[in-house]
Design a protein around this ligand. Structure first.
Ligand code: PLP
Length: 460
């Protein structure tokens, strides 16, 4: 096939439907064709290099171009690329990975079901919560409480747990039984919901109110990302998760932690919830486990839930499945990736670079376009506003961040913009030089956009 950029783009436009597809947006943005990556730096088809501020889509922890991971995949493929891991059958990498994860996970989580992605993991967790309650004799305990701005993926149930209506539109009918409550979003928490409480307390109490309103015997689980990512890097106050845990215990409701982007050291502890001293009942993971080299995710279950599933008398089965659950090659790559994270001290490095990341975003706080800066560990968000005092976003919302993203891309930095928030979650191997380049470009790009905004205002 002809690899000339123009031919590739012609074929892309003719044959591809991309995630979040819009043809014009695809053309406006690029399309950017990335051909190579090393560490935290990517190269496009024209030879232009970029620092990657979001580690792909929050996932490439060990950086691009790791030959060891390619070798681990090749060795496993040569020996046994694939065989089913359906009941009755197993393989060596899946057994080893399950044992490794049980060792790494919070103490009460010792069993895992493997998937291929984040959404599939959350889908599996929601189904498992419902299945568990049915086995316990609570057939109606099915409803799921989620939060506004949550992102849990876009398959049917996970997509409905996602708390951003834009992801639901046009795909009706919506699966029933999902309730979204206010997010622990300090910068934009509605004043009228505080009633003298702090944001963490008020946001957790909103979950209690929803459980009481639905009836505790109707509610299966609360699902949440320890720190919301795709909703705009929303970091809850420290008292939020312990209070949510206590509420779940009070009403016998399961807590599902979506650790898809927080897990494996991203937020300064191995698991996002661990950073708040909280253990979930079900825990989903995906991105960091393979650093994006192969698709793999999973749901970990506490001993009580795993015990119920393990205790099913024949012929009852937990009839959830996927062809690629426990894929030997994917598991072999995950094992090698976890070995690299440990061996190369990358969990520690994420903490060190995290301190630098937080200092860099804090330094932007006084910029006229910046309303809020926030983060924890090696994840951060910079929320842009058109007016600091009113916190008004760009008009339309998202315009400011998208423009900064585009200017930064021209200057060799790839950032993700959601609503009017610039998101940062770089590879753990990002160097000091790459970090410096990233933030000098972000600062320059903010200045360019601030000048454009001023010029437009003066024309009016
Ligand atoms: N959960 C969280 C917290 C995520 O950030 C994402 C994706 O970004 C998902 C779930 C969905 O993962 P996937 O796109 O692999 O289905």
């Amino acid at each position: 096939m002809d690899h000339a950029p123009t031919t590739l783009i012609e074929n892309d436009l003719a044959h591809l439907i991309h995630p979040q597809h819009n043809r014009q947006m695809h053309l406006d943005y690029g399309p950017l064709i990335i051909v190579e990556g090393h560490g935290a730096t990517l190269t496009d088809i024209n030879g232009k290099r970029y620092v990657d501020a979001l580690a792909g889509l929050w996932n490439v922890y060990v950086g691009y171009g790791r030959e060891e991971l390619a070798e681990a995949a090749a060795a496993q493929m040569k020996q046994l690329a694939y065989f089913s891991a359906y009941v009755g059958i197993s393989n060596i990498p899946v057994i080893e990975l399950a044992a490794k994860l049980a060792e790494m996970a919070p103490t009460n989580l010792n069993a895992v079901y493997f998937t291929t992605a984040g959404a599939e993991s959350n889908e599996s967790a929601i189904k498992t919560a419902r299945f568990y309650w049915k086995q316990k004799g609570y057939a109606d305990k099915t409803r799921i409480i989620s939060r506004q701005f949550a992102y849990h993926g876009v398959t049917s149930l996970a997509g409905q747990a996602t708390g951003m209506p834009a992801f639901w539109k046009g795909f009706e009918p919506h699966p029933p039984g999902f309730i979204h409550v206010v997010a622990p979003y300090p910068y934009r928490f509605p004043e009228n919901l505080l009633h003298g409480r702090g944001v963490g307390e008020a946001a957790a109490d909103a979950i209690e109110q929803a459980i009481v309103a639905e009836g505790p015997d109707q509610v299966a689980a609360v699902i949440g990302e320890p720190i919301m990512g795709a909703g705009g890097v929303i970091v809850p106050p420290d008292d939020y998760w312990p209070r949510v845990r206590a509420i779940c215990d009070k009403y016998d409701v399961l807590l599902i932690a979506d650790e898809v982007i927080c897990g494996f050291g991203r937020t300064g502890s191995m698991w996002g919830l661990e950073g708040y001293g909280v253990q979930p009942d079900l825990m989903t993971f995906a991105k960091g486990v393979t650093s994006g080299y192969v698709p793999l995710g999973g749901v970990m279950m506490n001993d009580e839930i795993a015990g119920v599933i393990n205790g099913l008398p024949k012929p009852s089965q937990w009839m959830h499945a996927a062809t690629y659950s426990g894929h030997p090659t994917a598991c072999a790559v995950a094992l090698k990736n976890l070995e690299i994270l440990e061996r190369d001290g990358l969990y520690e490095r994420a903490k060190v670079m995290g301190t630098k990341l937080q200092a860099n975003v804090q330094a932007l706080a006084d910029h006229p376009l910046v309303g809020d800066v926030r983060g924890k560990g090696f994840i951060a968000g910079v929320e842009l506003v058109s007016e600091k005092s009113t916190k008004a976003p760009g008009s339309p919302e998202g315009k400011l961040a998208a423009r900064v993203r585009d200017v930064a891309q021209g200057k060799g930095v790839i950032i993700r913009a959601v609503r009017d928030i610039l998101c940062f979650a770089p590879p753990f191997v990002t160097t000091d030089e790459e970090m410096e380049q990233l933030f000098s470009v972000v600062k320059e790009s903010l200045d360019v956009v601030a000048e454009e905004v001023l010029a437009t205002a003066q024309q009016k």
